[in-house]
Structure formats: structure tokens, C-alpha cells
Design a protein around this ligand. Structure first.
Ligand SMILES: *Cc1c(COP(=O)(O)O)cnc(C)c1O
Length: 420
């Protein structure tokens, strides 16, 4: 048997996994990472996550735990909660959800019985699976009603939201999405929710960094419950959180634990605390505004090159490009772009005549590029590379040439948090 104190580094103990992680570091270093839900967490965040906290069980909440040895865990979770509360300006924060989907599921568990009606933006129109879409547990245990975006301008049809809410009287009304390039009118949703007695849930998973940076209106004061991931524009570790007023605090906490989860991942909670401190700085405010400025610059540069953008542009960090006029499917374009060093995802566009596994569009965003310090002038270059890759989708050497140019630019803009 190996001596228990034999504790070699990963590179020695498991060179296969070590080398794959190194390769992933290099891939993230050398590519334009434009999947709008992704980012680079800082080295400080990564360090907090990969620590002795990984070894600890702490079921319960600070000062009300079921295990001993919480002397240092409690202040960590309290710091995470207090910093998040201060950052968003809310009375209560639960930072234990393992990710965004469990955060939403906890909200259902707190307020709904199976079979209750819920409402959210339909998945094909930019909503999230967990807002009641049919293949999700939320669409099979609950009766769900989807609202949509308008055919002509791709904006949420608030009249339809009001009409459906009156007709179906949902228990939960979700606003927020994964592929909606425009601002959310939280006040208008709140008025509708109030009218029909629904609980308004603002899921700001994508935009929470923009919200705290002042680059998107805040749902605080409008939504009863706010859910979010912590790893998207907020630039923290993987995780989820639920924010609310004091009136809902007990119901939310009970739904997360013991309702849905067991022991919280305190390493990630420490990472959330670190990310919340980073997000409270002037530098982060500037970051959030630059994310949006970059997305708008990219939208303009893409439009100049003849690309059709869903809703005609963007108010936030993401763009949806409809490639119908370019005569290439979203999937084919995404694969070519990846070879060209531009990583994004294929995506349905509203009223897409094509199937979801090979839709008409691609979705891309600026959070990760902005974390490396790229600005408006680079967005012009990105649009040029995008165009060359789409036009040269069949030409491997053209794609490789773009990838080399991308890599050369990025060498001057190191990414936060990578080991390489
Ligand atoms: C990403 C996202 C989620 C889910 O987060 P996971 O961490 O992937 O579970 C939920 N809601 C919205 C709007 C999202 O964008």
C-alpha cells in the first residue's frame, strides 16, 4: 500500500488528467471565447474553490449546522451572504444552490405544489429550460405557459404576457433568459405579477454582473425573488444564489436545505465571497459597462458586414445572429468558427423554421473577451474574422489562418485565472 502521506501533485499522480487540464488552459488562452454564459474567473476565485473547504461538510446555515468544525466555515458563508446582500442591495441571500438550475428548482419547491401553473419565456425565444420548458422537470411537474417575443422586432410582447397571466393566473411568473439580447422591463413584469397575484421571479443568471455593475437595470424592488448563477457575467465560481426580501427568507432557506440539497459546497461559496468583493470595485463597474459597449460595437460591425441580428442589435452582453441570408446553418457556422478560433454556440432564432439541433443562428457575447481587456477596436477585428470564417467555412486553411491571427492578438491580452 502507498504511504498515506505520499501526496504527489496532479502532474505526477495522474498525468493524463493533468495534461488534459493544461490543454484546456491553452485552449482558453488561445481562443476568442464568445459563449455568452462563459467567462474567466480570477486566480483568487479559483484558489478559494480548490482548497481544504472541499473536505468539509456543513449542512444547515451559519450558526445552525448539523456537523461540528464550522469555526471557519461559518464566517466564510456569512461573508459570502453579506457581500452579496450589499452588492445587490437585498435583505436576504442564499448562496448554497449548487448552480442556477437548482436555485430555480428551490424556488418552485418553496412556493408551488406539483401541478401549479408557472409562466416563463419559451425556450425557442430565449428562455431557460427551468422556466417551465417541456423537457425540464419544471415543465413536467408543473403546468407551464410560455410567452414569446414578437415576430417583427423580437422584443417580448408584454401585452401577450399580461393576457396569458390573466388567463392562466400563474403561481410563479419568470422573467429572464439565456438568449435575449435586450433589456428586461422588470417594473412592467412586476405590475402584471401584482395584478394576477403571481410571485415574480427574476432570473438574472446571464446579466447579474451587468446589474451589479450598473450596466443593466436591477430587478431589486420589482421582483419578489431573484435567482442567478455566479459564474457568468458575475465572474465568480460555478454556483447559484437566491436573493429576496426578509418576508421570503425562511421559505427560500428551507427549500434549499433541507428541501433540495444536502451539504453546501463551501469551496464554491468562498469563491462567491471573493467574486462579490471583486464585483464591488470601480474596476468591475467599468468592466460591466465595457462588456455592453463591446457587444454594441460588435453588433454594429456585424451589421455593417450584412449580418442580420435578432432584434436588430443588443442592449446587453450577447448577440444572436440569424445566418439564413448567408446560406449556412448555425451548426455548420459554429463548427467553422471554432476551427477559426472563435468559440460560440449554435442557437435557434425566434420562429426558427429549422430544428433546434441544427438551427438558423449562432449566439455570441463579450463577457470573456472583456475580462481579457479587449475593447471596441478589437470588436471590429472580431467581426472581420467572423465574416472570413463564415465565408471560408469549407476552407480549412482559411480557417487556420484566422485562428493564427486570433492567437497572435490574444497573446497580448492574458486571461485571468489560467495556470498556463
Ligand atoms: C445559465 C442559466 C441557468 C442555469 O444555470 P446552470 O448553472 O447551468 O444550472 C438558469 N437560468 C438562466 C436564465 C440561465 O441563463
Amino acid at each position: 500500500m502507498t504511504h498515506p502521506l505520499h501526496d504527489p501533485p496532479l502532474s505526477e499522480s495522474d498525468p493524463v488528467i493533468a495534461s488534459l487540464i493544461r490543454s484546456e488552459d491553452e485552449r482558453q488562452r488561445d481562443k476568442l471565447r464568445m459563449i455568452p454564459s462563459e467567462n474567466y474567473a480570477s486566480r483568487a476565485v479559483q484558489e478559494a474553490c480548490g482548497s481544504s473547504l472541499n473536505n468539509k461538510y456543513s449542512e444547515g446555515y451559519p450558526r445552525k449546522r448539523y456537523y461540528e468544525g464550522q469555526q471557519f466555515i461559518d464566517p466564510i458563508e456569512e461573508a459570502a451572504r453579506d457581500r452579496i446582500k450589499a452588492l445587490f442591495g437585498v435583505e436576504h441571500a442564499n448562496v448554497q444552490p449548487y448552480s442556477g438550475s437548482p436555485a430555480n428548482l428551490a424556488v418552485y419547491f418553496a412556493f408551488c405544489k406539483p401541478g401549479d401553473t408557472v409562466m416563463g419565456l419559451g425556450l425557442p425565444h430565449g428562455g431557460h429550460l427551468t422556466h417551465g420548458w417541456s423537457v425540464s422537470i419544471t415543465g413536467s411537474y408543473f403546468k407551464s405557459v410560455a410567452y414569446s417575443v414578437r415576430r417583427d422586432d423580437h422584443r417580448i410582447d408584454m401585452e401577450e404576457v399580461a393576457r396569458l397571466a390573466q388567463q392562466h393566473r400563474p403561481r410563479l411568473l419568470f422573467c429572464g433568459g439565456t438568449a435575449y439580447p435586450r433589456s428586461w422591463d422588470f417594473a412592467a413584469f412586476a405590475a402584471i405579477a401584482k395584478d394576477v397575484g403571481a410571485i415574480l421571479v427574476a432570473d438574472i443568471a446571464h446579466i447579474s454582473g451587468l446589474v451589479v455593475g450598473g450596466a443593466h437595470p436591477s430587478p431589486v424592488g420589482h421582483a419578489d425573488i431573484i435567482t442567478s448563477t455566479t459564474h457568468k457575467t458575475l465572474r465568480g465560481p460555478r454556483g447559484g444564489m437566491i436573493l429576496c426580501g426578509a418576508a421570503h427568507a425562511a421559505a427560500i432557506d428551507k427549500a434549499v436545505f433541507p428541501g433540495l440539497q444536502g451539504g453546501p459546497h463551501e469551496g464554491n461559496i468562498a469563491g462567491i465571497a471573493v467574486a462579490a468583493k471583486e464585483a464591488a470595485t470601480e474596476g468591475f463597474r467599468a468592466y460591466a459597462h465595457q462588456v455592453v459597449a463591446n457587444a454594441k460595437a460588435l453588433a454594429a460591425a456585424m451589421t455593417d458586414r450584412g449580418y442580420s441580428l435578432v432584434s436588430g442589435g443588443t442592449d446587453n452582453h450577447l448577440l444572436l445572429v440569424d445566418l439564413t441570408a448567408q446560406n449556412i446553418s448555425g451548426k455548420k457556422a459554429a463548427k467553422a468558427l471554432d476551427l477559426a478560433g472563435i468559440e460560440l454556440n449554435y442557437n435557434s432564432v425566434p420562429y426558427d423554421p429549422r430544428k433546434p439541433f441544427d438551427p438558423s443562428g449562432v449566439r455570441l457575447g463579450t463577457p470573456a473577451l472583456t475580462s481579457r481587456g479587449l475593447d471596441e477596436k478589437h470588436m471590429e477585428m472580431v467581426a472581420g474574422w467572423f465574416d472570413r470564417a463564415v465565408k471560408g467555412a469549407e476552407d480549412e486553411s482559411a480557417l487556420a489562418a484566422v485562428a493564427a491571427e486570433v492567437k497572435r492578438l490574444l497573446a497580448d491580452y492574458p486571461a485571468p485565472g489560467l495556470l498556463t
